[in-house]
Design a protein around this ligand. Structure first.
Ligand code: ATP
Length: 228
């Protein structure tokens, strides 16, 4: 398998591509989406059933132990620019895999944490990018459910991006006529009509009942912005 993959890499000088280690729901989703976007992906899992499950959807999937430096070197992992450690519930395997990748060096490492403690350990080890998919998704769902937003994405630094049906205070006027940005610091960036076509918003954009709006603003302001 390692030889097979080496043939695919063609001995490129510049590092590129992403190694995904751990093919549970999170790892498999990342690997498939990266490949869909045209990124070269090497997916690794030490469990045969997990490998078989994703094999029909990915070009390069191998069975291997991410905690073994020897295995990762055999699989040409040092030739990749980026690695994602998508092992959550097996804390020891997650930490060991991350530490082996750090030891190999020169690879940008991202890691999934299933708990704040796991995230703290990974961060203290020097992993700069730590995902918290379960808690992030839980917070996102809370905003969608409580505010009737269609979607809610935290952007960091206290800002969020929200998709919602146009609230009454926007309907029947142009965006330039509303006080939303002036009064609340909330900016409408795009508007979609009921037929589904999105248009970039500008001051002359007229909002009609049934439109969907995409807005950006301070998360606390968006939470107080009643949309029903
Ligand atoms: P998800 O929520 O994404 O489904 P999880 O956090 O519940 O994942 P884990 O038990 O962390 O699941 O495992 C994710 C994947 O990582 C599994 O397919 C598992 O076989 C794989 N895995 C665990 N340890 C290793 C290891 N040492 N090397 C490679 N893969 C591993």
């Amino acid at each position: 398998m390692a030889q097979l993959f080496k043939n695919v890499r063609h001995g490129e000088a510049a590092r590129s591509g992403v190694v995904v280690i751990g093919l549970g729901r999170f790892g498999a989703a990342i690997a498939k989406e990266l490949e869909r976007c045209g990124v070269e992906v090497l997916a690794i899992d030490n469990d045969e059933a997990s490998v078989q499950k994703v094999a029909p959807h990915l070009t390069h999937v191998v069975r291997g132990d991410g905690t073994s430096e020897e295995v990762l070197r055999q699989l040409s992992v040092p030739e990749f620019s980026t690695a994602v450690v998508a092992i959550g519930s097996n804390l020891a395997a997650s930490i060991l895999t991350a530490s082996v990748l750090l030891k190999i060096g020169g690879i940008e490492v991202w890691a999934k944490a299933s708990s704040p403690e796991q995230g703290q350990i990974l961060t203290q080890m020097g992993i700069e990018h730590v995902f918290y998919p379960e808690s992030d998704m839980g917070r996102r769902a809370a905003h969608v459910v409580s505010q009737s937003f269609l979607d809610y994405i935290e952007l960091g630094y206290g800002f969020a991006l929200v998709a919602t049906l146009a609230p009454k205070d926007l309907v029947g006027q142009t965006l330039g006529e509303t006080a939303l940005r002036r009064a609340e610091g909330i900016t409408v960036v795009a508007v979609r009509d009921p037929n589904g076509s999105w248009e970039t918003a500008h001051s002359e954009t007229f909002v009609t009942e049934g439109d969907t709006v995409l807005v950006v603003g301070p998360a606390d302001k968006l939470d107080r912005w009643r949309v029903r």
